[in-house]
Design a protein around this ligand. Structure first.
Ligand SMILES: Cc1cc2nc3c(=O)[nH]c(=O)nc-3n(C[C@H](O)[C@H](O)[C@H](O)COP(=O)(O)OP(=O)(O)OC[C@H]3O[C@@H](n4cnc5c(N)ncnc54)[C@H](O)[C@@H]3O)c2cc1C
Length: 291
């Protein structure tokens, strides 16, 4: 049985944080509502105060600067697809957005809501972490910045304190000769991922891998970076990347996972799948760098 709640609509981000600080754990931020609505209907979340963020237009913007692109927390998944330069600056975000749910969900689901829900299957997380994204967090007292990688602290748990709000996600321009790829497997195109993987590779002027990021989704309590798999790639010339090395990288990443079994699939299948997806993501990055 759902209970009624009080509806609040702040005009400024700081006002939203003050409302949250005042009502604490009894208040929730409402962005697109695609996660929250389901939780509320199931009775999984008790809402006394609903703070509707939809009036905070400044947090809806995507700004492309010379050094970085800043994505407002309220930018929808569809707005990533519609943005004039995001797709050319960070094609992996376009690729992710195109595989995200349905157009109806993409029109209301926000990037910030996806990250703040804190589930390990959040599709925005692996590509953004592989791009070394940072998040800007507001509170009534001020603001702080931290890496997106450290934003996730457990299943449905983030680094946000009770009175804090995610304002922006910022992604620095990639070094030259960089490619980022995303792989995802779900039971159907409208379902959340069984597992996902993002890979970013940067090569130096001698075509040697100078930097690697491998991040997996839905296979641990939080989106998971495999530094062990990354180390297998750094320093290797592109031409020396063999099928055997790709398999080794996939296996190393899979060995880091701590998946669960649920209604969607088993832990064993998720572990296997993570290795396959990492291998595919790395192979695709290598292929594109070699073009
Ligand atoms: C049919 C369906 C298909 C889906 N498919 C996918 C999919 O393919 N991939 C995927 O990753 N997800 C999927 N989802 C999940 C959901 O759509 C996404 O996680 C979405 O991005 C959540 O954003 P939202 O704006 O709707 O968040 P909301 O539901 O409004 O909020 C989610 C949580 O984040 C908090 N929150 C929101 N914004 C902020 C903020 N700025 N600061 C602090 N806290 C905040 C809210 O309080 C709430 O706890 C699907 C959901 C449905 C119903």
């Amino acid at each position: 049985m759902t209970r009624s709640f009080q509806y609040l609509r702040p005009d400024f981000p700081r006002e939203a944080c003050e409302m949250k600080a005042k009502h604490g754990g009894k208040a929730v931020f409402w962005a697109g509502g695609t996660d929250l609505m389901l939780q509320w209907r199931r009775g999984a979340v008790d809402i006394d105060y609903c703070i509707d963020l939809s009036g905070l237009d400044e947090l809806r913007q995507i700004r492309s600067g010379e050094d970085a692109t800043v994505i407002g927390a309220l930018a929808t998944i569809a707005s990533l697809q519609a943005h004039e330069s995001l797709g050319s600056d960070f094609p992996v975000l376009l690729d992710m957005a195109e595989r995200f749910a349905t157009p109806q969900i993409r029109n209301v689901a926000t990037v910030g809501g996806n990250l703040c829900h804190g589930v390990p299957s959040a599709d925005c997380a692996p590509p953004l972490i592989s791009l070394d994204a940072e998040v800007r967090i507001l509170s009534p007292e001020g603001e702080r910045t931290l890496s997106l990688e450290s934003f996730f602290v457990g299943p449905k748990q983030t680094a946000l304190a009770d009175d804090e709000m995610l304002a922006e996600i910022s992604v620095r321009r990639l070094p030259p000769r960089s490619v980022c790829t995303f792989e995802r497997m779900a039971r159907s195109y409208v379902d959340i991922a069984l597992a996902s993987a993002a890979c970013r590779l940067t090569i130096d002027e001698e075509s040697r891998i100078s930097e690697a990021r491998i991040v997996m989704g839905a296979v641990a309590p939080v989106p998971l970076r495999s530094t062990g798999a990354e180390e297998l790639l750094v320093g290797i010339p592109l031409v020396d990347i063999t099928e055997g090395l790709l398999a080794e990288v996939g296996a190393r990443a899979a060995s880091d996972t701590r998946p669960i079994s649920d209604v969607r699939t088993t832990a064993a299948y998720r572990k296997h799948l993570s290795g396959v997806l990492v291998k595919r993501a790395v192979a695709e990055a290598v292929r594109r760098l070699g073009e």
